[in-house]
Write a protein that binds this ligand. Structure first.
Ligand code: GLV
Ligand code: MN
Ligand code: MN
Length: 411
């Protein structure tokens, strides 16, 4: 099947017609559609597909073991990405890596390649953290970076726990946890992803190689004030949590600009949410990222101090909790060099780029050599329906990924 046909078969799943964005949240009908799509794509290729203990999906291109059973199977080369989305996300962030993985397997077979190591295609569960708040949920659980007990208790915006959602989807939350046996069979993970910036476009390159990922995290700021009447409560008598929240948004912007970092409030909930009422509570989620951890600490501590001061000025209580954190990642140098060598040998010029976006490859870098390929995004827009990569660049991405898999799984 061509890359375009494979891509088209995934496109309708989880698409919100009113916005043109994707709402592929874990353990929902859209997620189940994506999972079915994955199993179908694997079956069409004769790949052995299964879910792991952490709701991640795997499709295996097994290969005969050298020495007819006397030798243990050598470490598998894993590629893939994720199928979930942010609210009203674009089509490419995540799915491009999974679709390209299947297409790369097709291309390798057309080329007559036979692997001497197994090749696996993975689709990791809830990379975006859009439902349960923790980014890279599936890869964190797999690698032991997240405790299964804490994970089971995570709640979505309606109060449903992860354990309940998994059970509802026919999965077993008791099985969650680090999977040494699975990890022990893996030699490397290479994730292909749309670039979430326009560096490749500026450099005139279709494909790039990731250098590393900025440290980043998510914090929940919970401002608790006092609900009251919008038309009768005197200004001096108000304990309005919206005001320290608003001051904190501006402080975050200022702190980020001052330190060369990024800080975003992309999600906020005012409760109870009446137009003619002062809010009882404002909960807001801060996403902060910086080139290094010391800078990130400075930025988040400046934002926390500003929030605390503003809350106190307005008679509002504030609690701050960190919901997820990803340390700085520098991808494995030797693996990166092998990627660069394979691409050069295939005539693909691939610049090396850092990124502020988080990825499963960043989480798995703690337990496995990992690397990433980026595909040009002409506008740089991502986490939006406007996210786009041109078909010829996606084809180059598949060629690049196939070359990398041939290099890594061919010997
Ligand atoms: C994922 O795309 C992230 O960077 O949050
Ligand atoms: Mn994303
Ligand atoms: Mn992604």
């Amino acid at each position: 099947m061509s890359l375009a046909a494979l891509w088209d078969s995934l496109l309708p799943i989880g698409l919100a017609a009113e916005t043109g964005g994707y709402r592929r949240y874990s353990f929902t009908a859209a997620d189940s559609g994506c999972r079915d799509w994955f199993f179908t794509a694997a079956a069409e290729r004769g790949l052995r597909a299964c879910g792991d203990r952490n709701a991640n999906l795997w499709a295996w291109w097994d290969c005969p073991v050298a020495g007819a059973g006397q030798m243990p199977a050598p470490g598998a080369i894993v590629t893939g990405s994720h199928l979930d989305s942010v609210p009203d996300g674009g089509a490419f962030d995540g799915p491009l890596g999974v679709v390209s993985a299947f297409a790369a397997v097709d291309l390798l077979r057309e080329q007559g390649f036979s692997p001497v190591r197994p090749i696996a295609i993975a689709a990791f569960c809830e990379e975006e953290g859009a439902r349960f708040g923790v980014a890279c949920l599936g890869s964190r659980l797999l690698s032991g970076a997240l405790e299964p007990r804490a994970a089971r208790q995570l709640r979505d915006g309606t109060g449903v726990t992860l354990a309940e959602a998994m059970t509802g989807a026919g999965l077993d939350p008791a099985a969650l946890g680090s999977d040494e046996e699975l990890l022990g069979g893996l030699a490397a993970f290479v994730e292909l992803h749309i670039e979430q910036g326009s560096a490749l476009d500026e450099l005139g390159a279709a494909v790039g190689i990731a250098a590393g990922i900025w440290p980043h995290g998510r914090w929940l700021l919970d401002f608790a004030g006092r609900a009251d009447h919008a038309g009768t409560t005197r200004i001096a008598d108000r304990r309005d949590p919206m005001l320290p929240y608003a001051a904190t948004v501006l402080a975050a912007r200022q702190a980020a600009a001052q330190h060369g970092a990024l800080a975003t409030f992309g999600k906020v909930r005012a409760e109870p949410g009446g137009v003619n009422g002062i809010s009882a509570r404002v909960r807001a989620w801060l996403d902060a990222r910086a080139p290094d951890e010391a800078t990130l600490d400075r930025v988040t501590s400046d934002i926390g101090s500003s929030a605390a001061a503003a809350a106190s000025r307005h008679g509002v209580a504030l609690t701050v909790s960190r919901e997820s954190f990803s340390p700085a990642v520098e991808f494995d140098r030797a693996l990166r060099d092998r990627l660069a060598g394979a691409l050069t040998a295939s005539g693909i010029a691939a610049p090396v780029l850092p990124t502020g976006a988080g990825h499963d490859a960043g989480v798995l870098a703690a337990v496995l050599p990992t690397a990433m390929l980026f595909v040009r995004n002409p506008t740089g827009v991502s986490h939006s329906p406007a996210e786009h990569a041109a078909q010829p660049d996606c084809e180059t991405g598949v060629t690049a990924l196939a070359a990398v898999l041939a290099e890594l799984a061919g010997r």
